[in-house]
Write a protein that binds this ligand. Structure first.
Ligand SMILES: Cc1cc2nc3c(=O)[nH]c(=O)nc-3n(C[C@H](O)[C@H](O)[C@H](O)COP(=O)(O)OP(=O)(O)OC[C@H]3O[C@@H](n4cnc5c(N)ncnc54)[C@H](O)[C@@H]3O)c2cc1C
Length: 453
């Protein structure tokens, strides 16, 4: 393969994956990552567990140092370098070096944008308090850990009850007596089915996390030292020693937009299945991109490391001269909330209806193992099925054990566009310590089949 200069912008999840894949595909290529922070290859997904103390050494979250990536993958890394401009017509970048404070120009043959996402803000007074934190990168993780260690707060308010809000509720509850979750919705975890959300609420209540629904945040009231003491809302003022904002993320696309790269309806970069943008020789992958939803065939914004890494391999391989294809994603997510596993695969019933499907749904509860075996728990499964084709569109699962791995089976079924009739006939394992004779998946599929006749 031809030697070429491949530049990757961004070094957390998608960037290093793309760079390493490019180098493997074309060992003769000269591959460089530019990353604006000090750290690359950071396992932010594990951060809640470093904050809770379950993972004792936060530095273990750094998978590769720049030196290790250079040594093991032959990829050059420039940290504290921000790419400020892309000039596509000249295949040129303008880059700022934070150490010298100056800028310089850099040519590329192929460019991969992996600029990720930015956390959402509320834009209300007092949000800049020194005890108000996002959790998006290593700096945030370390700031939260330092604050907990040094200031020893007793009460926490988390704003936003998506999966990061949930993980932070559990993490902070491990360290503080009082944790409160505020959300604009009436139940936690918008986007999941109502049955699942009610079970999440029960789990929060059982573990001493107070959930306050239907909240609109008006301001953060700071004391004289810049520390927030009260969160002011439409439902009154809530006292707090530390505040975590877990409001979701938006694609970080300023660089791409400025270069006239096409942006989609969810604000992410649009690529083709080769992860190439509308501009020649510019690829993109990760949280900065929209991807194709395999269920609906439409674009979706899925800021997940699982999606980012797979798409980044495709971008890296193609930038290096290969011919890889990324077909999209279905949404396959799970979260642990204290003793509960929650999993979602595919689309929700609300999304299905919005997309014009007529649906049949059913909820079953069955044993995770043979009932006589220790550790057997109830698994609840809700299936969402297209009435006309009988295809499985989505599912929610929850249990104290055995929900997440079953969700993976359903994820495969959704990707393969299987009907509930096919799922009901699947040859699945029976072994008393692991699964009952009729696996909950088979019970769920047979049950929903009956409703769809
Ligand atoms: C607390 C938490 C838990 C999570 N848990 C999970 C999970 O369990 N499973 C899962 O699949 N996903 C999870 N995620 C999501 C996952 O972390 C993201 O999808 C993933 O990090 C996206 O990687 P990325 O490289 O595309 O973007 P980012 O992680 O946003 O990284 C982008 C990088 O680009 C750099 N950058 C941006 N602009 C420039 C520029 N102009 N020049 C140079 N550098 C630039 C940034 O500094 C950053 O380092 C979690 C996220 C969080 C915050």
């Amino acid at each position: 393969m031809k030697e070429r200069k491949i530049i990757v912008v961004g070094g957390t999840a998608a960037g290093p994956s793309a760079a390493a894949k490019a180098k493997r595909t074309n060992p003769g290529a000269d591959v460089t990552i530019y990353e604006s922070s000090e750290t690359i290859s950071y396992g932010i997904c594990e951060a809640p567990y470093a904050i809770s103390g379950l993972i004792e050494d936060e530095s273990k979250l750094v998978k590769y140092s720049p030196e290790k990536l250079q040594h093991e993958k032959d990829v050059e890394v420039k940290t504290l370098h921000r790419v400020e401009k892309i000039i596509p017509s000249k295949h040129k970048l303008i880059i700022r070096d934070f150490r010298t404070r100056g800028t310089f120009e850099q040519q590329y043959d192929k460019l991969i944008i992996a600029t990720g996402s930015v956390p959402r803000c509320l834009n209300v007074p007092g949000e800049d308090g020194r005890n108000v934190f996002h959790l998006k990168n290593r700096e945030d993780t370390q700031s939260i850990i330092n604050y907990l260690n040094n200031e020893k707060p007793e009460s926490a308010v988390i704003v936003g009850s998506g999966y990061i809000g949930m993980e932070m509720a559990e993490a902070l509850r491990a360290r503080l007596p009082e944790v409160m979750l505020l959300d604009q919705s009436s139940l936690p975890m918008e986007g999941l089915e109502e049955e699942t959300r009610r079970r999440v609420l029960e789990e929060l209540n059982n573990n001493g996390v107070q959930f306050i629904p239907d909240v609109a945040i008006e301001a953060f009231q700071q004391d004289g030292t810049g520390r927030v003491k009260h969160v002011i809302t439409n439902r009154g003022a809530f006292e707090s020693d530390i505040v975590i904002l877990a409001l979701g993320v938006d694609p970080n696309i300023e660089l791409a937009k400025d270069a006239n790269i096409r942006i989609g309806e969810y604000g992410g970069i649009i690529t083709d299945q080769r992860m190439e943008t509308n501009l020649d020789d510019i690829y993109a992958a990760g949280d900065c991109c929209e991807v194709q939803n395999i269920v609906t065939g439409k674009p979706i914004y899925l800021p997940l490391a699982s999606v980012a890494s797979r798409a980044a391999w495709v971008a890296g391989e193609n930038a290096a001269g290969g011919h890889a294809v990324f077909k999209g994603a279905i949404r396959a997510t799970a979260v642990k909330i204290f003793n509960l596993q929650i999993a979602q695969v595919g689309i929700s019933s609300e999304e299905a209806i919005e997309n014009g499907y007529k649906i049949v749904t059913d909820v079953i509860s069955a044993s995770s193992r043979n009932e006589l075996m220790p550790g057997s728990e109830v698994v609840t499964i809700k299936l969402i099925v297209d009435k006309s084709t009988r295809r499985l569109l989505g599912a929610n699962l929850f249990s104290c054990c055995g929900a997440v791995l079953r969700a993976n089976t359903l994820a495969v079924a959704i990707q393969q566009k299987m009907s509930v009739d096919e799922i009901a006939r699947l040859d699945l394992i029976y072994a008393p310590p692991f699964a009952p004779l009729w696996d909950p998946i088979l019970i769920a599929a047979n049950q929903v089949k009956k409703k769809n006749h």
